[in-house]
Design a binder for this molecule. Structure first.
Ligand SMILES: *[C@@H]1O[C@H](CO)[C@@H](O)[C@H](O)[C@H]1NC(C)=O
Ligand SMILES: *[C@@H]1O[C@H](CO)[C@@H](O)[C@H](O)[C@H]1NC(C)=O
Ligand SMILES: *[C@@H]1O[C@H](CO)[C@@H](O)[C@H](O)[C@H]1NC(C)=O
Ligand SMILES: *[C@@H]1O[C@H](CO)[C@@H](O)[C@H](O)[C@H]1NC(C)=O
Ligand SMILES: *[C@@H]1O[C@H](CO)[C@@H](O)[C@H](O)[C@H]1NC(C)=O
Length: 463
């Protein structure tokens, strides 16, 4: 008993020190009621989503007080409780789950302090987002999310453009289609815009480039076409830009070089062309640069890769790139992933690449790289199949370097003595054959059997 008294005294002290809501919540629910209209609006809004069977006043007589509803948050405004967050869908065991026939009750828009509204895995049968009433939430709504709703079809209402205080708009993994409304470009407070994984088509509106508070822009996995707006150079706050898996074409605009804080740029799996834009090397905060699977073309040597000093992942595979592997890539010390495979790269492979301390995958296969692969045995041992150099017909690894070891680069042939090759290729095979020598080819290299074979294998002896 005595202990209990102490405890309540401690709570009392705490509460006097912090006159904030959580401590004296119970008192306040008595002192601070909820307006009948607000309460009814909440019940009716939820009932529209979860079904008529749901009787809010019965189940949750005090939704902001002692009978809280999972997915609903409240806050005090002038001594009264108002709903600030509503999230529908199976996030927790006791979450509000959607009915087959979902209905947007007009009462939802009467929740005038609603800051955050989200729907997860809710709309299953075909349903379009209503276009009217959104302006009623313009003053309060900061976050709107429709996520993983396979039944959510139709277009994005242009009226979303009236939600001028929106900081986060997430419409990912739904069945939405049509063009992206220009009006979204009016939401200049937006920090996050995620429209990934729908069926949006058409061009990216130019005015999206005016969203200069945006930190994350993800419109990946849609069917957008046209070129990347030059206006994107105005997205100066941007940290992540993902436009992968669309049908974008044209060049990477020079203006992207303005995005000094960008840490992720993923433009992979589009139809971009016109070479590697020089200004990419100005993206000094970049950690991940993924441009793979685009017919971009051009010379990989045009960029000073050492400027991208924060880079950890560089994927430039399948881009029709020409030129040699730049040594400057070996100066990007934080690199973990390097994908240069399936291009038209030529020349030698810089040995320095093996000294990238954190590299865990390096793919240079499917090019026309030549000469000896000069990495040391420990490197092949460390990388295993995460080093890919196969499919370079004129590349080989020196046999002397890797004797009696399983650590050889997969799919790369062993070099023969270079001098022999030169010597052999100068021979006239036809006349050799007619003289009774048999000629055979192993691993693309020529051996001449009988008599000359000694000369071939012991050539080092002559040096
Ligand atoms: C909810 O339950 C209360 C009392 O249990 C009842 O008076 C009211 O009519 C019910 N409301 C609905 C919408 O079913
Ligand atoms: C870029 O990041 C720095 C450091 O986080 C920050 O101070 C600066 O305001 C950012 N720039 C923009 C344009 O957001
Ligand atoms: C390589 O890129 C082209 C587009 O440039 C694409 O059509 C093709 O499917 C890509 N190849 C692979 C293996 O992804
Ligand atoms: C390598 O990775 C470690 C661990 O993540 C990190 O602390 C270190 O800075 C990295 N090295 C470089 C050169 O980036
Ligand atoms: C690869 O390069 C060699 C010269 O090093 C050239 O003869 C050959 O045609 C090239 N192969 C391809 C497929 O481009």
């Amino acid at each position: 008993m005595k202990k209990l008294k102490h405890l309540s005294f401690a709570i009392l002290v705490l509460c006097t020190l912090h006159l904030s809501a959580p401590c004296n919540g119970e008192d306040e629910s008595v002192a601070a009621p909820m307006k009948r209209t607000e309460q009814e609006a909440l019940y009716s809004a939820i009932q529209g989503f979860v079904g008529k069977w749901w009787n809010g006043s019965d189940l949750y007589p005090d939704p902001c007080g002692w009978t809280p509803i999972q997915g609903v948050s409240c806050d005090l405004f002038d001594g009264l409780w108002f709903v600030t967050e509503l999230s529908i869908g199976p996030v927790h065991d006791n979450s509000l789950n959607c009915d087959q026939n979902v209905e947007f009750s007009p009462n939802l828009f009467a929740l005038k302090h609603l800051r955050s509204l989200s729907f997860f895995n809710c709309f299953v049968s075909p349903f379009s987002i209503p276009t009217s009433n959104w302006e009623m939430l313009a003053e309060s709504l900061e976050s709107l999310e429709f996520r993983s709703n396979r039944g959510l079809t139709g277009q994005v209402p242009t009226t979303f453009g009236e939600l001028k205080n929106l900081k986060s708009l997430v419409l990912m993994e739904n069945g939405l289609s049509g063009e992206l409304p220009q009006s979204i470009g009016n939401l200049i407070d937006l920090r996050r815009l995620n429209l990934a994984g729908n069926s949006f088509r058409g061009q990216i509106p130019d005015n999206f480039g005016g969203l200069n508070n945006l930190l994350i822009l993800d419109i990946s996995r849609n069917t957008l076409s046209g070129s990347l707006p030059v206006s994107f150079g105005g997205l100066i706050s941007l940290l992540k830009l993902d436009l992968s898996f669309n049908q974008l074409e044209g060049e990477i605009p020079l203006e992207l070089g303005n995005l000094k804080n960008l840490t992720l740029l993923d433009l992979s799996n589009n139809r971009l062309s016109g070479g590697l834009t020089k200004s990419l090397q100005e993206l000094s905060s970049l950690q991940e640069l993924v441009l793979s699977n685009n017919p971009i073309g051009g010379d990989i040597m045009n960029l000073e890769w050492q400027n991208l000093r924060s880079l950890t992942a560089l994927d430039l595979s399948n881009m029709s790139l020409t030129g040699g592997i730049p040594e400057s890539i070996a100066e990007v010390k934080g690199l973990r992933f390097l994908g240069l495979n399936d291009n038209k790269l030529t020349g030698d492979i810089p040995q320095k690449l093996q000294n990238l301390p954190n590299v865990s995958a390096m793919y240079i296969h499917g090019n026309n790289l030549t000469g000896e692969l000069k990495f040391q045995e420990w490197f092949y041992g460390k990388m295993g199949r995460r080093f890919g150099a196969w499919g370079n017909p004129n590349l080989c690894y020196p046999s002397a370097l890797i004797s009696r070891s399983y650590n050889v680069p997969f799919g790369v042939k062993e070099c023969q003595k270079e001098e022999v090759m030169k010597y052999e290729t100068n021979l006239d095979f036809n006349s050799m054959a007619s003289l009774g020598f048999s000629v055979c080819c192993v691993n693309g290299l020529v051996f001449v059997v009988e008599g000359l074979v000694i000369l071939v294998l012991d050539f080092n002896f002559w040096l």
